[in-house]
Design a protein around this ligand. Structure first.
Ligand code: GUN
Length: 319
């Protein structure tokens, strides 16, 4: 199936993450049906500690998607005061459970919990986030691995949109363990020439201006300006930044672009809007780009579902 893409006034292709995510979720639902006929129901345990509002929204959405696609899910909500030892005991129980194929510990955890120890305690075979050092190592050495969901989603977008990767200059802004580093590894695996830029990089624009594929994952609203972009490049925006400030809003959406009116309506009704790490005016120079919202974001949950089904098959020797 190909996904129809809309174009902007400047003819950049909009990479519609909702459409790609729907496609992946439909494929997962099909897989789940086939497994059900064999008496197998992939199961995800989602662990949500405390009451961080953004984490609550994300985890609820993950559990709801499991229900929609026919996966089993178990939402476990330890209190904010939970200790590392109690969390380790919980992970050990989940590792041993036959009905659980994937274990997701929503990050960030409270500061008093040892995140590293916990992530290392998850069985690599159930590590659907791809955070365990064994999966990190497998990814780096090109072995089949459960890859982190957001970077895996980026690669899926490029693949499904038929955008070339091999031989392209890919620049990744940000070196986080969750997005930047694994995104760089996945792009390298597909034979891109990869550069990672970070807060200590000198003259970042000299790298980004040469990028055929630019992945921005630094959490700074509108950091990538039009002057930093190679015309025709593929721009992948992982940033999710909420802006409340009217002046900042007007700077992002001055009313000169056809999409600005819809933004202004959203801002007026909600008092905020979401922007990425790439300035909207930079998108106009792109060959293709992921909008914010509605670009990379929807892929993260879709890939979590795909990873859970994959883990269920791998654990049963079905892959
Ligand atoms: N917090 C922000 N992104 C993620 C993610 O992909 N997985 C988990 N477990 N926590 C997150």
């Amino acid at each position: 199936m190909t996904i129809s893409s809309s174009t902007t006034a400047t003819s950049a292709t909009v990479l519609n993450g909702n459409a790609f995510a729907a496609q992946i979720k439909a494929e997962v639902a099909e897989d789940v049906k086939v497994l059900a006929a064999q008496g197998i129901r992939p199961g995800l345990a989602a662990v949500l500690v405390g009451a961080v509002p953004a984490s609550q929204i994300y985890v609820r959405s993950k559990v709801r998607t499991c229900e929609q696609l026919g996966l089993y899910s178990d939402l476990i909500t330890p209190p904010e005061s939970v200790t590392t030892e109690e969390m380790l005991e919980l992970v050990a129980r989940l590792n041993a459970r036959e009905d659980i194929d994937g274990i997701l510990i929503q990050l960030p955890l409270p500061a008093h919990v040892n995140t590293k120890r916990l992530l290392e305690a998850v069985l690599p075979e159930k590590d659907v986030d791809g955070f365990h050092p064994v999966n990190v190592g497998r990814l780096q050495s090109g072995q089949p691995a459960l890859a982190p969901c957001t970077p895996a989603g980026i690669v899926e977008i490029l693949k499904r949109a038929n955008l070339p990767v091999a031989g392209q200059n890919a620049v990744v802004l940000g070196r986080s363990d969750i997005v930047g580093k694994p995104a760089a590894m996945l792009l390298l695996q597909q034979n891109a020439t990869v550069t990672i830029c970070h807060s200590k990089t000198r003259d970042i624009a000299s790298f980004t201006r040469n990028a055929d594929i630019l992945v921005a994952a630094i959490g700074r609203p509108g950091y990538v300006t039009p002057q930093m972009v190679k015309p025709g490049a593929t721009l992948i925006d992982v940033g999710i930044n909420r802006i409340h400030d009217r002046q900042l809003f007007d700077e992002f959406f001055p009313g000169t672009h056809p999409d600005d009116a819809a933004r202004a309506e959203m801002f007026a009704s909600k008092g905020h809007t979401i922007v990425g790490d790439i300035h909207p005016r930079a998108f106009e120079l792109a060959g293709a780009y992921t909008p914010v919202p509605g670009g990379v974001g929807p892929l993260t949950i879709a890939m979590l579902m795909a990873n859970t089904v994959r883990a269920a098959k791998l654990r049963r020797g079905l892959l």
